[in-house]
Every structure is written in C-alpha cells, then in structure tokens.
Design a protein around this ligand. Structure first.
Ligand code: PSU
Ligand code: MN
Length: 303
C-alpha cells in the first residue's frame, strides 16, 4: 500500500469486501462551484453513488496525505475554505511535501484513484484544449493523464469554453477512447449536443465495462472518456450559453487570466452571466453522471 494514501473507513471496508468504488474529484468542490451548493452537491452525489450500488471515494490532499474518501467535515472544509490549492499532476509532490490542502483536478484524481486501484471516476466535465491554444498552448493536463493513466472518467463531455474539435483531435492522437453513453455525438456539458460525432456508442453500462476490461487486458495504458449527456429537461438553450461563453472568454482575455486560473474564472463568469442557470445545470449533470458511473462500476466489478 502506498505510504501517502489514507482511506476513509467506508472506502477501506468497501475495498476489503471487494465492492465497486467510484472516485470523485475535489476541484469541482473548491474551484468549480460556489459555497454552499458545492458541498451540498458533493454530499448528494456521494449518496447517489451509494443508492446505485457503489461506494463513493472523494479524493483530496490533506496534511501530507492523499485522502481516499472524505468525512462530512472534510467536505465542508474543501467547500468553504479560501486556502485550498488546485492540485493537478505537477502539484502533487509539492503540496504533499508542504502539507497543504489540495483539491484534485481530473488529472490528479486519476493519478490518486489509480494508486488506490479505483478504475471508475465520476465528474462534471474534463479539461481540454482551450480556444486559442494554437497561440496560448493552454491544454489541460487532464488530456495527458487520460493518455497514460488507467482510469475511466464519466463526464458530460467538454464544455464550449474549450475548443471541442481540437480536444477530440488531441484525444484521438493519444489513443483515448471516447464512448458516448446513449449518444453518437459528444455532449457539450450544458447542452446535449456539440455537433461533433464520436466513434463509439454504448447503450448500457455492460458495454462500457466490457470495453474498459478488454482495453486494459490488452495492456493498452490510459483512460477513457465516458460522455453522458445532461438530461433533456436540464439542458440550457445553446444560443444562450454560446453567447455567454463568448462574453466570458472576452473578459478572461481582458483581465489577463492565465494558467490554472482560467477554467475557474470562466466557470464563475458563466454562472454570473447566466444568473445561476449554469450552476443548476452543472449540478443536474453531475448527479446524472453519478448514476451512470455507479452502474458502470458495478458492471466492471462483476466482470
Ligand atoms: N470543468 C468543469 N468543472 C470543473 C473543472 C472542469 O466543468 O470543476 C475542473 C476539473 O477539476 C478539471 C479542471 O480537471 O477544472 C481542469 O482545469 P485546467 O483547465 O486548468 O486543467
Ligand atoms: Mn490550462
């Protein structure tokens, strides 16, 4: 067992009993949603995972340890504290060595889940190739992680603060399978469609679980993206969200926002400009992903 891993009692027992486990990230709590909706959503998502037959393991860095499974007080702390670092691959060593609070991104959560032997991970959206990346070179470390770490990420696609087409090209180059869950098109987070077709479609969790098993049985390193569209009743109008994202991108540029601050800035701006509608949609799609992710974890565990 890795010396930096610390399991919650619930996760420890689940591992001993061989139960399916679903990893959850903490950047979405600390940097992706405002308080108190972030903590409430995190709790509800954990419960949805339990209700669908798996055990939730929210991952974060505390006091020099990688926590696999957080207590209620720890969830509250990550949701309501100003001094939580956003932790991606590059940050793990430093933040653990200096015993800081770190909220793990998709990339870092994949690394920690892999260390703990957890193969299925649920979140809202992945990072990707940013618009204008041909000059800024802003490409999320999430994509490189998907290329090398054996964890499947259930998400609602990539949001159009990113360049969705280039994100798909990058994933293709790196050999990362993108599987549409009951869809032939990559969902665009707040909306069910992006206009970008994807190569694989699965209409049930067994197909996803079998695909992952064969990929890893073959020794093909890397993750997979399971793209699960936001439920129809929760999606935002594409025209509304597109114009708002355009505005948010302009403001980010005008304010000189760069590096790890870009994604949180854009998310907060979109929330403000949609008067909270984007937050409601974000919460709905994460919960929907939790249902699907838990079922995939159960199917994967049975194989
Ligand atoms: N997309 C969202 N919500 C989020 C994030 C992305 O809709 O909270 C977070 C995830 O933790 C993701 C990270 O891994 O942002 C990507 O940040 P960056 O673009 O700096 O790599
Ligand atoms: Mn970036």
């Amino acid at each position: 067992m890795n010396q930096y891993l610390s399991y919650s009692e619930e996760v420890k027992q689940a591992m001993e009993a061989g139960k399916p486990i679903v990893a959850l990230e903490s950047t979405i709590i600390s940097h992706g949603m405002p308080y108190p909706q972030n903590v409430q959503t995190a709790r509800e998502v954990e419960q949805i995972v339990r209700d669908n037959g798996a055990v939730p393991a929210t991952i974060a860095l505390i006091d020099g340890m990688i926590k696999i499974g957080l207590s209620d007080e720890e969830l509250e702390m990550f949701g309501n504290s100003k001094n939580v670092a956003k932790a991606s691959r590059r940050d793990l060593g430093y933040l653990l060595a200096t015993k800081q609070l770190g909220a793990t991104t998709v990339a870092a959560t994949m690394i920690c889940a892999d260390l703990a032997g957890i193969r299925i991970f649920v979140t809202g959206g992945i990072g990707g190739v940013h618009r204008g990346a041909e000059t800024t070179m802003d490409i999320s470390a999430d994509l490189e992680e998907l290329a090398q770490t054996n964890v499947a990420v259930v998400c609602a696609g990539a949001k159009s603060i990113l360049d969705i087409g280039l994100t798909l090209e990058y994933l293709e180059t790196k050999g990362v399978p993108v599987i549409g869950y009951e869809t032939d098109e990559l969902p665009a987070f707040y909306t069910r469609k992006s206009g970008f077709p994807i190569n694989f479609r699965a209409d049930d969790e067994k197909t996803v679980a079998d695909t992952l098993r064969v990929k890893w049985d073959l020794g093909l390193q890397g993750g997979a993206v399971i793209a699960n569209p936001i439920p129809a009743q929760d999606e935002l109008e594409p025209e509304l969200i597109d114009s708002i994202i355009a505005k948010a991108l302009k403001e980010a540029e005008a304010n000189g926002v760069k590096g790890k601050d870009t994604t949180p800035f854009l998310l907060a701006k979109v929330k403000e400009l949609t008067e909270g509608k984007s937050l409601v949609a974000n919460i709905a799609l994460v919960k929907n992903n939790a249902v699907v992710g838990a079922k995939i974890a159960v199917a994967f565990n049975q194989g």
